[in-house]
Design a protein around this ligand. Sequence first.
Ligand SMILES: NC(=O)c1ccc[n+]([C@@H]2O[C@H](COP(=O)([O-])OP(=O)(O)OC[C@H]3O[C@@H](n4cnc5c(N)ncnc54)[C@H](O)[C@@H]3O)[C@@H](O)[C@H]2O)c1
Length: 265
Amino acid sequence: MIPDHSNKTLAQLLDLSGRRAVVTGGAKGIGAQTARRLAEAGADVVVADLDLSAATMTATDIANATGRTIVAAFIDVGDTSSIVAAADAAMSRLGGIDIWVNNAGIYPTTGPAIEATDEFIDRMLSINVRGSFAGAREAAKRMKSGVIINLASIAGLSATAGISAYVMSKHAVIGMTKVLSREFAPLDIRVVAVAPGPIDTPGVQDQLAPLKAAGVDVGAMLSKTPLGRGGVPDDIARAIVFLASDMAAWVNAETLVVDAGSLAR
Ligand SMILES: NC(=O)c1ccc[n+]([C@@H]2O[C@H](COP(=O)([O-])OP(=O)(O)OC[C@H]3O[C@@H](n4cnc5c(N)ncnc54)[C@H](O)[C@@H]3O)[C@@H](O)[C@H]2O)c1
């Protein structure tokens, strides 16, 4: 079913011309840089975000830089009807969906698990887990073939105390990636995930604000990796372009850890 690409050049394999992509949480951080790199590789992109004005600014920037068709759309991945609406918008504005990136996610600190409320857990799981599942399902319903890429985390492969809800949500995303890869393979849809280490984004800066206020050198903290520097959104965006492209035509169900080797034991 998946064709052999042995006769294509590397440039042809990385070329996403003619592909239509949706990036959730595409206004800022990893999502914005992913949308930019997908467009640079030739894709038309829907930048879908809770923050429509930021999505519109990002979409305009990317369109000006790449000349691709870039559409801003509202999405709240905690609300399935809005996921359906964004998927329908991609179908009508771009003519189809070939790449769906489940990037939108939240990571408020849980605090001690013994004090975590059901409401807090429900909110985390509804956005990070159900939102990704519903995104994958609605994308698969509309795709003729393609790839779904989920944003997991090294928190989905390890256990950091104090962020239990996030850890649970990202473990679930990795399990979801495996099972959906089985279910969607007959539809010619690959399902893969990326597990980033800490990446300097607006969301991470928000989380680190209390530490910064307490005088902690957050920059030094983030740069403590085996490669001696912290991660930036483009480190993840490049991995996503690889997974979205025919370079990764035989990569399926896998979670690619992109963390400078920090998780290695
Ligand atoms: N930054 C990291 O260190 C890191 C590490 C591992 C995994 N991740 C994962 O990568 C993804 C992106 O992280 P980031 O750091 O770029 O985030 P960020 O907080 O910097 O940006 C997230 C974007 O998603 C949007 N968003 C938030 N809730 C939404 C919702 N309900 N529906 C639609 N859009 C919503 C925000 O408006 C924002 O534009 C997340 O899934 C996160 O868990 C991030």
